[in-house]
Design a protein around this ligand. Structure first.
Ligand code: SF4
Length: 279
């Protein structure tokens, strides 16, 4: 077994919460720049320029990219030979999130669903676990904005709806969402599994770098086709019109039950924030 101290995990999670909220990934900035080069709408170009400038200011002045500093969504891949020394992994992650949101002056956005009373420290984090062979621990943190999360949907199509039905559902969802998810967006699509697995896959697909396409040729083609259809909707940056409604479409697919065709769309805003810890 390999031992990883509880305190190390807590500290690393704290750091990634702050860094991810201050520094937009190079892949997102490059895709915003590419979109700017291709955007024809003057208003759309203005918004894209502002987003690039906003990212520069946040990075240089060490301030959050957006007032919505997100719900902490954490993907864990824990090697079967990893032992956490000094406490549980769940506690280490939640304590790291608590410290990160406090020390980084990040907005606390978690509350009771009915009373709306804020938990006060942005916990509990949403934690997804996976076991892997070996002695490594990988923690991927994602600060997920509420506006884009609200516009996400899962559905159970009929098997006969097929590829056309899935593509129609994805494009319709983006059209119905309009400016609400803060475009330009990244469209995460999960196909297959069960209802909750499809939603998980859609969210997980958002962790991929914006410039990377699926390593499945068929899905890579589907991603390109969907991106084209979505950008032809004309919603544009901030919903003010233009050709840049989405920066990318990411799809993950798994087998499903013979009676089902689950599909989920998880939208992410231009403030697409995630960071990885490798221990
Ligand atoms: S959806 Fe994203 S860009 Fe829009 S307010 Fe929330 S975090 Fe900010």
């Amino acid at each position: 077994m390999r031992s990883i101290p509880f305190a190390t995990i807590k500290e690393k999670v704290k750091e990634v919460c702050i860094e991810t909220n201050y520094i937009l990934g190079e892949d997102v900035i490059k895709s915003l720049q590419r979109a700017l080069d291709q955007e024809e709408s003057p208003l759309g170009r203005e918004i894209l320029n502002q987003l690039i400038e906003n990212a520069r200011i946040a990075r240089e002045e060490k301030i959050p990219l957006c007032q919505d500093t997100g719900l902490a969504v954490v993907f864990v891949e824990r090697g079967e030979e990893v032992f956490i020394d000094g406490g549980s992994l769940v506690d280490a992650i939640n304590q790291g999130v608590r410290m990160g949101y406090e020390e980084g002056y990040l907005r606390k956005s978690v509350c009771h669903p009915f009373t709306r009373k804020n938990t006060g420290d942005n916990t509990p984090a949403i934690i997804h676990y996976d076991l892997a062979p070996g002695d490594r621990l990988t923690i991927t943190f994602c600060a997920k904005g509420g506006g884009s999360e609200n516009m996400s949907r899962a559905t159970m199509l009929k098997p006969s709806d097929g590829l056309v039905g899935v593509e129609d559902f994805v494009v319709k969802r983006v059209w119905e969402a309009q400016a609400n998810p803060c475009p330009p967006i990244i469209v995460g699509v999960g196909i297959g599994g069960t209802m909750e697995r499809a939603a998980f896959l859609a969210k997980k697909s958002l962790l991929r770098k914006v410039c990377e396409e699926s390593n499945d040729c068929g899905l890579a083609e589907m991603e390109k086709r969907l991106l084209k259809k979505i950008n032809e909707l004309g919603i544009g940056p901030a919903g003010l019109g233009g050709r840049t409604t989405a920066l990318a479409v990411h799809i993950i697919m798994e087998p499903c039950h013979i009676a089902s065709l689950p599909v989920a769309v998880n939208l992410n805003c231009h403030s697409s924030r995630h960071g990885e810890i490798l221990l």
